[in-house]
Design a protein around this ligand. Structure first.
Ligand SMILES: [Zn+2]
Length: 465
């Protein structure tokens, strides 16, 4: 498979270092609030990459951290009058709720920064011992210029970087490019004991530590949003490689930005959506499909119109699958289209895989998936049971790489028990030929947002959108 490596700015053939085992690290959220649409993109994209690796038979070690100590955490906790720990607990829980509904598979491990402090102190000590770091009044800084390859990920030279570097008041750095590995305790902040006095770790050091602790000193893939390339990932490389003398990550993968209504996402512009708001109104898989209909490296524009379109598209897949199930159960009149459908599905599947092999081109792959749906819809009525099962399996197989069509069974079960009870009552009324009562219940169901359909296979109830 080819993957675009930000480090080399080329698509490279990917092979894991250890045969059959992919070790990947994805920067996780700072857990101070609900995740927003922008946060959802790396989750969905890199979960899809993981699914694809697993589909190809690799074992994937997938580590995604929770940043649970950071300025935003401290500010929000103070504002709410709770501890940083309580805030983290709350939003880690909320994170799992959203991620689960988006069919994001649970990581092999989700380490939390505050539980890894000792290892961070050890790494900082290693950097001090090797002369890559220095202590000033309880702060510890990384000596950026000493790491000759600094800038190799963001492809910037030191002069450009200096022009953009900022020194915050109160910082006593040797050089504007240096960055904090450890921050001395300030009033009202949580702090841990270290050889340099009480304090807390800087943000960058946590990812270096967690990646190397759980995956080893050289990992296969490090991924995250484009906004993390500089300075976060650049600093991660500097710290890790300065300490170990080995390459830190072989492939660096970055997803593009998400804009809202063609503008930068911003709370003050009203251009801001949490994942929760969207998946409460739309099928969570619609958000997933929407994100995958673009190439992960390209910028992506989100709007309500577009999510509605993605939801209709998703519905086409579900309907196609459901039709196949019904036809398999009930049979068709002829098998005259067997060869045609089978052949075109095989071609489309090969193209789907080819697109995925080319830098995870889900934009093209989803296109082939919809061609499959069209082919199935055209020919299913004149196919044998055998070919219908073949079509159903292939659809399921490819959808599961993308992480959609996973809530099919769940969707069926989604009808609440009180609604099913009313449907049952209506059936009884119909059996007793009490059609007035049956119609009354039908109207009641309708007012509750459900329609009943009397089909030859029995009564079905569906939620009205
Ligand atoms: Zn990170």
């Amino acid at each position: 498979m080819k993957l675009y490596n930000t480090l080399t700015m080329t698509k490279e053939e990917f092979e894991p270092l250890e045969q059959g085992k992919v070790k990947m690290y994805v920067c996780g959220p700072t857990v101070y609030d609900f995740i927003h649409i922008g946060n959802a993109r790396p989750l969905i994209v890199f979960d899809t990459l993981r699914r694809y690796f697993e589909y190809k038979g690799y074992e994937v070690l997938y580590i995604q951290n929770f940043t649970d100590i950071e300025d935003k955490m401290i500010n929000r906790a103070n504002k709410e009058g709770i501890t940083v720990f309580e805030l983290a607990e709350r939003f880690i829980n909320e994170y799992y709720k959203d991620a689960d509904r988006l069919n994001v598979r649970r990581a092999t491990r989700n380490p939390r920064a505050t539980e890894e402090i000792e290892d961070m102190i050890n790494l900082i000590q290693r950097l001090l011992d090797r002369g890559y770091a220095y202590v000033v009044d309880g702060d510890v800084y990384f000596r950026t210029r000493k790491f000759a390859e600094y800038g190799k990920l963001s492809h910037k030279n030191i002069e450009e970087l200096i022009a953009g570097a900022r020194v915050d008041p109160g910082e006593k750095k040797e050089d504007p490019l240096d960055f904090a590995l450890w921050k001395a305790k300030k009033q009202g902040e949580p702090a841990w004991i270290s050889p340099w006095g009480e304090g807390r770790p800087g943000w960058h050091i946590e990812c270096s530590v967690m990646a190397m602790k759980y995956l080893g000193e050289t990992i296969d893939i490090h991924a995250g949003g484009q906004d993390l390339i500089f300075p976060h990932h650049e600093n991660e490389i500097a710290q890790s490689e300065a300490a170990t003398g080995k390459p830190f990550a072989r492939f660096w993968l970055h997803n593009g930005y998400v804009n809202i209504n063609n503008e930068k996402m911003s709370k003050s512009l009203g251009n801001f959506f949490t994942v929760r708001e969207i998946i409460e109104k739309y099928h969570p898989e619609a958000l997933r499909l929407f994100m995958l209909q673009a190439h992960y490296r390209k910028p992506l524009n989100f709007s309500i119109d577009l999510i509605q379109q993605a939801e209709s598209a998703l519905k086409r897949i579900y309907t196609c699958y459901e039709n196949l199930e019904n036809l398999i159960k009930n049979g068709t009149m002829s098998d005259s289209s067997d060869k045609e459908l089978q052949a075109s599905l095989e071609i489309l599947k090969a193209r789907f895989i080819e697109a995925m092999e080319d830098d995870l081109n889900t934009a093209e792959a989803t296109g082939y998936l919809f061609e499959m749906v069209r082919e199935i819809n055209t020919h299913a009525n004149t196919c044998s049971k055998e070919v219908l099962i073949f079509a159903k399996d292939i659809l399921k197989e490819l959808c599961s790489i993308l992480g959609i069509l996973e809530q099919y069974e769940e969707k069926k079960d989604e009808i609440p028990p009180e609604i099913l009870e009313l449907v049952e009552k209506r059936n009884e009324a119909r059996k007793a030929k009490n059609f007035l009562e049956a119609d009354r219940i039908r109207d009641e169901l309708k007012s509750l947002g459900y329609i009943v359909l009397d089909t030859p296979q029995g009564t079905k109830v569906e939620r009205v959108k």
